[in-house]
Every structure is written in C-alpha cells, then in structure tokens.
Design a protein around this ligand. Sequence first.
Ligand code: SAM
Length: 357
Amino acid sequence: MPQKVISIRPDTRGTGAQAPRYDGGRLVDTLGRPMRDLRISVTDRCNFRCTYCMPREVFDADYKFLPHEAILSFEEITRLARVFVGLGVQKLRLTGGEPLLRRGLPDLIAMLAPLGADLTLTTNGSTLVKHARALKEAGLDRLTVSLDSLDEATFRKMNDADFPVEKVLDGVTAATEAGFSQIKINMVVKRGVNDGQIVEAARHWRDSGHILRFIEFMDVGSTNGWRMDDVVPSAEIVRRISDAFPLEQVEANYAGEVAERWRYKDGAGEIGVISSVTQAFCRDCNRMRLSTEGSLFTCLFAQQGHDLKSLVRSGAHDDDIRDRVAAVWRARDDRYSEIRTAETPRAKKVEMSYIGG
Ligand code: SAM
C-alpha cells in the first residue's frame, strides 16, 4: 500500500538572478541536444485513476489539486509558447492530467495554432465524442488517445474509474469522422496486468489507419509502486506481435522521435514501441515540460522545475523570458533513464499528472 501523501508537488527554483542575454546562437544543452518539443500540462486533474499514474490511494478526495489562480491562463500559456517557438520549438503537445477537463480548451488551441508549430494533444478519450469536432475546427493537427486494454475487465481495473472500453473507441471513431487521421493509440504495458492483450490490441488496430504504440511502464513520480519486474521490454512486445503478424523495423521520422517504428510486412500499417526503461533514449531527448502552474522541467524524471510563472506575472518582457528559457536549456544535463539504477526509482520525483505526460 503506497504511503499516504497529501501534497507531492516538487520544489521549484525561483527565477533567480537575471539570465544572460540570449545571443541568438544555436541553442543546445550541455550534451549537444537541441530544443524541439514542448509538452504543456493544462490541468493536473483527471477523471481516471490509472493505477500506474494517479493511484486512488494518493489522488483521493483529500488530495489538493491546484487552485484556479495558481494555474497558467490561456493567455499566459500562449505567451510562453510563442517564446519557445521563437527559440526553435517545433512541436507543442497539450496534456495533463486530462487536458479535455480544462474548460474551453478549443479556445487555447485556436490561440496556439497561429504559432505554426505542430500542435498535438494526448487524451484518455473519455470525452472525445463531445469534443473531437471543436478540436479539429480550432486547428489541432494531431491526436493521441490512451487505451491500455480492449478487455473490459482489465481496462476498468486499470483506469480504476469503471470507465468502459466502448466509450473510448467511440471517441476514436468521432475523432476520425472529425478529420483526424493516423491517431496514435497509447498502451502502457504492465506485466501480469495487460500484457496478455498485446497481440489482441495489435490485431484490433492493424489496418485501421491508426498507430498503436506500446509504452514500457515507467518509474515516473513516486506513487505508482514501480518495480522492474512489472516492465515488459519492448523487444519482447515486438517479438510477440511478430510471431502473429511479422514485423520489420522502419526508420525514425526525425532524430529524437520517442517511439521506435515497426511495420507489418503484409502492409497493414505500423506500430511503435517506447522503450524508456530498457533502451533509454536520453541521448536524443529534445523535450521539455511546462507544468500546469508554469514550472519548466527539462526531464520527465526531474525533481525540480524552473519557475516561469513568476516571471510572466512580474511584468517581465518577452526577451527576459526568452533569456531565462535559453539559459535553462543551455545548462540542461539530464539523462535519468541512462543512469537509472535499482535505487533511483525511490528518489522523490515529480508526478506525471502534474508535469504533463
Ligand atoms: N490524460 C491523458 C491520457 O490519458 O493520455 C494525458 C496524460 S497521461 C499522463 C499521458 C500518457 O502517459 C498516457 O498515455 C499514460 O498512459 C502515460 N503514462 C502515465 N503514467 C505512466 C507510467 N508510469 N509509465 C508509462 N506511461 C505512463
């Protein structure tokens, strides 16, 4: 039984001294990695209690989610996103928590779309039937839907909110009808929980035009009771699927792509595997995360963020924000997954629902 924790939000470093002026030069971190991808958490709340992400014992009725005044407004998010795009960010992903719980989300999408970055959203799909069309019309480019199992009992057990598979599938259909194509379907695999359904999921999504992606169960946060024994290595997943439907590897779309791509030899589409535990990809990691309350995290496994909200709310000029972000990126040296040991999962890390998945 995980220990009861009331507040598990991380420390945040203040904006500190004035950052040096950004010289406009190539922006890479200490390991030579460029900045490409920004994930923005728009809420720390979720209507699911996935056991591996927001276990109900911790995120219960007593849990204190962020009050409205603490979270970034749409105007603040857009202002920050504009600065990041100006520094070279090419992709913005809205996430959470469950991003579709944030009221008026299509308005934010309409504000972000003109920035010209690839605009994507990750959702549990529970309210997509209602929102898919508005998201498309607002300018959302792409969609990722999480669905860990097609088996009713397993899915309900994993989301721990008694939510049915059918409603998520209806959401994917609604999104397809609204004009989204090649939707990514995320399946987190936990041994002994849903690994028996890997091949079934592959069978379902083959030939659908959508892309099923298997994610290794990760030791994010400090509340999900992670154990290496629960991880099903991607290599095993590929082997199991390939025994039923032969696969061959495909080149990455771009350097730093999270998923390794495999396609069905019979032309029925492709799958992806995200092996952040067994084949760490820190070497090419070009991602940052902006938390719901405006802290910048340079690694999913970070213990500390960099407070941008205070800067935004203190009347700073956009150039000051740009200088701060550039300085944070240039100092970045994170490579948690490469140096993970038996001990590191026990470290106090930020929760994914707060930082953005
Ligand atoms: N609520 C949205 C959703 O369900 O997709 C967005 C947020 S969720 C944190 C983003 C993704 O992170 C989901 O696909 C979820 O399954 C995945 N995730 C959460 N905790 C994880 C963990 N411990 N290991 C691997 N993936 C995880």
